[in-house]
Design a protein around this ligand. Structure first.
Ligand code: SF4
Length: 355
């Protein structure tokens, strides 16, 4: 019988497992704490469970955790990990330390079917969705697990092409029996898949980042095929309807006025989307939204005519946006030498390579 992973199950589901195995009821809570509050890789490490319980669980289930099969370290301190999924595929994860943060960028799918023409993952195509266990493993299997301050779902894949698992992941990270993370520490990125976006806005309080990159529908469609099904104007319209300052409530408990952050990612391509006209169109599109724009340097990929802007050109574009009243920041390029930077992740043909 194939063993299933317990990582990814909620406390209620663990209670069902425990009941089915004839173990004491309190074991479920202990297991949840081991699975979600600590970094463990085997049932043997669940030291407050009886030896018999650990052996019973080990014979029937997997924890669902593994360490990276490969680690690359950039000159700038960024690290890229290759994880093997439970299904035998491979995904990449990037650790980005700065002076005051330690951010982990995880993948949500093996490959991606959005086909953005400036992205190496897009070229890979989609091999499948990641399970909750496989997404959690990128976090709990990370060598710097104890240091993590922020999580971004901006690696390989489109999170809202895997919405059920992404929502469950964010819920488990916030669960009181686990890390109890604030939703402010988690950012989910999307090209704008409306169905998943609506569900995410309703069911989660995490931050949202929209991959915008081109301010007109015509130009966006040229480089991002998803634009045809999910036009950026509709995505922005949807966001304008949503109250990002809503009062959060859980049952009867008022959690306060938390403003989840809304940002738009904009990769600057030389001579393509970096003109004064583009800046003005972008400002017009986002007018009325309380948001920020993150300007991202482009890293050339083989066979693409696109080029990145210089730092001076990026600053000039940022200043144009700022002058028009749109808050914009420049993102530093990280991990380019190990192909860990934005748009460079690709695990095509990795099966069998790693070890
Ligand atoms: S940029 Fe994001 S959505 Fe587009 S192909 Fe790459 S991984 Fe997929």
């Amino acid at each position: 019988m194939e063993k299933t992973a317990l990582s990814g199950l909620t406390l209620v589901e663990l209670q069902q497992v425990v009941q089915g195995e004839g173990l004491p009821k309190f074991t479920a809570k202990q297991m949840a704490q081991w699975l979600y509050a600590k970094q463990i890789f085997s049932f043997d490490e669940m030291t407050n469970l009886s030896k018999a319980a650990r052996e019973r669980l080990d014979s029937r289930f997997l924890v669902g955790r593994s360490r990276p099969v490969k680690t690359q370290v950039s000159a700038d301190g960024t690290e890229k990990y290759l994880f093997r999924t439970l299904g035998g595929d491979y995904v990449e994860t990037v650790y980005i330390p700065t002076d005051d943060r330690a951010t982990l960028c995880i993948s949500t799918q093996v490959g991606c079917r959005m086909g953005c023409k400036f992205c190496m993952t897009g070229r890979q195509g989609l091999q499948g969705n990641l399970s909750v266990a496989d997404m959690l493993n990128q976090i709990y299997g990370s060598p710097h697990f104890d240091r993590l301050t922020n999580l971004v779902l901006m690696g390989q894949g489109e999170p809202f092409d895997n919405t059920d698992n992404v929502l469950r992941l964010t819920q488990l990270l916030q669960a009181p029996y686990g890390l109890a993370w604030s939703p402010k520490r988690i950012t989910v990125s999307t090209v704008g898949l409306l169905g998943g976006l609506r569900r995410f806005l309703d069911a989660s309080d995490c931050n949202l980042a929209v991959s915008l990159h081109f301010p007109t529908s015509a130009q966006r469609a040229e480089w991002m095929p998803a634009e045809k099904a999910y036009p950026i104007e509709r995505v922005v319209e949807e966001l304008k309807q949503y109250d990002f300052c809503r009062d959060l409530r859980r049952g009867e408990v008022r959690l306060g006025n938390h403003q989840r952050r809304l940002s738009f990612e904009y990769i600057l391509f030389k001579g393509v989307n970096d003109s004064e006209q583009h800046a003005r169109t972008l400002v017009r599109l986002l007018r009325g939204l309380d948001c920020r724009v993150n300007l991202i340097p482009f890293h050339a990929i083989p066979g693409s005519p696109l080029q990145g802007c210089t730092e001076a050109e990026m600053k000039a574009f940022r200043d144009r946006l700022t002058q028009h009243g749109l808050f914009a920041t420049l993102r530093a390029s990280r991990g380019q030498d190990i192909l860990a930077a934005c748009g460079l992740l690709n695990t095509a043909g990795k099966k069998g390579e790693a070890s």
